[in-house]
Design a binder for this molecule. Structure first.
Ligand code: FAD
Length: 383
């Protein structure tokens, strides 16, 4: 029913892991970053992204002719999980490296690949996801943003919402209607566009979130934006299928269960000083659950490398993983109860506070828990 192939690490993986850890130690000690929770969304540092690019740790799977490094999926997995576990500031390049670049590689024209991918791989070019609209979140096929043929290009009109990082991104991959829905089949007539966010007619406005950040995500208005013909990504009318293939990349990675891990990692030395049976049992449970999730997520990395589209498996990892992120915080509160504040590491209260304030987004972004359960139930033949 579900496939999570077993993956094992060879010597090259262990070497790479040591290299990434040394790099992160160096960056931390030399002011490169202060660890934070939810780092792949909350902490953007173009300097850090470019440093990763210089190491060859972005675009790792892509062909060399497009600036990539032709490394195995497992190597990319190791780099991403080490960055997340360290709470490193990876938000600037995250979406571009994880999904938009791969989308362009898969569906883009030669000119699009040559122009955009090398810049992403250098950590210099960032992208946003332009799917959601105020009336089209879970019901994505209801998007009303339209792109109409206009001479040799397209005219784009509409309004996207929750566009993470759009205010610093260079491009947004926009899902727009290019022809009317075919009766009840609303998935027909949608197309994807690579929209240069510096074009006239685009207005990006920050939305303040619960954690107080004034512009982590945005509302993006497109008013008579003139797109060149080659802004179309892939095939006209195939936007829905293209978006769906993107979701396996978006939902299956270690960012779907490691968002709050840095809090646990940072608190562990203090917890160890107060070790008892109750704490040992809780840590054991968290460890076991994380091992299982990692095993599943690694299996998906292998499936993706084999060219498969494991949409349902990715839904399972996101559904279980984002619940796990909440569980880490709930259990951490119990683990810390009775430990004096003076024994906690410096900066820990801020780290924990930010993680708690970001928790509600984990089970929403990238598809809500209810929607994921629907996908899983369908695969199991239950609906
Ligand atoms: C932090 C954050 C970052 C985001 N970043 C981006 C981004 O960069 N780009 C982008 O395009 N979008 C982004 N999103 C949007 C995200 O994908 C949507 O919020 C999500 O798909 C849910 O859509 P909605 O908010 O419109 O909620 P709705 O679809 O209105 O859902 C509201 C509630 O109803 C439930 N519900 C809806 N339909 C059903 C159903 N059929 N069965 C059962 N329950 C249902 C949902 O589970 C949810 O609990 C982001 C969201 C967040 C929170």
């Amino acid at each position: 029913m579900f496939s999570f192939p077993k993956v094992s690490f060879d010597e090259s993986c262990n070497t790479l892991r040591s290299e990434v850890r040394s790099f992160l130690d160096y960056q931390r000690l030399n002011g490169g970053f202060t660890p934070c929770a939810d780092c792949w969304v909350s902490a953007a540092s173009p300097e850090f992204s470019q440093a990763l690019g210089a190491q060859g740790w972005l675009g790792m799977l892509w062909p060399k002719q497009y600036g990539g490094h032709e490394r195995p999926a497992l190597h990319r997995y190791i780099v991403t999980e080490e960055l997340l576990a360290a709470g490193a500031p990876v938000a600037a390049h995250w979406i571009a490296d994880r999904q938009s670049g791969s989308q362009i590689l898969r569906f883009g024209s030669e000119a699009q690949k040559l122009s955009i991918l090398p810049r992403i791989a250098r950590g210099e070019c960032y992208t946003a996801i332009g799917m959601s609209e105020s009336q089209a979140g879970s019901d994505l096929a209801a998007v009303q943003t339209s792109a109409v043929k206009n001479g040799s290009g397209w005219k784009l009109n509409g309004r996207k919402i929750w566009s993470t990082g759009a205010h610093f991104c260079h491009y947004m991959i926009v899902l727009a209607r290019t022809s009317p829905a075919d009766g009840r089949n609303r998935q027909i007539g949608l197309s994807q566009f690579i929209v240069d966010l510096s074009l006239p007619g685009i207005e990006i406005t920050g939305i303040r979130d619960l954690a107080g950040s004034p512009q982590q995500f945005n509302e993006t208005l497109f008013e008579n934006v003139e797109l060149p013909d080659d802004a179309l990504l892939g095939t006209e009318g195939h936007g829905w299928q293209q978006c769906m293939s993107e979701l396996a990349l978006e939902r299956s990675g270690p960012e779907r269960f490691l968002t709050t891990f840095i809090c646990l990692e940072t608190a562990l030395p203090a917890i160890a000083q107060y070790a008892d049976d109750r704490r040992a049992a809780l840590i054991g449970k968290l460890y076991a659950n994380l091992r299982v999730l990692r095993r599943m997520s690694l299996g998906i990395a292998r499936l993706l490398q084999n060219g498969e589209t494991p949409t349902t498996e990715a839904a399972v990892v996101k559904e279980v993983g984002t619940r796990m992120e909440n569980e880490i915080i709930t259990d951490l509160r119990q683990l810390l109860s009775g430990i004096p504040a003076k024994d906690l590491p410096e900066g820990f209260p801020t780290l924990l506070r930010d993680a708690i304030l970001h928790l509600p987004s984990n089970t929403l972004r990238g598809g809500t828990t209810e929607i994921l359960r629907g996908i899983i139930a369908r695969q199991l033949g239950m609906r």
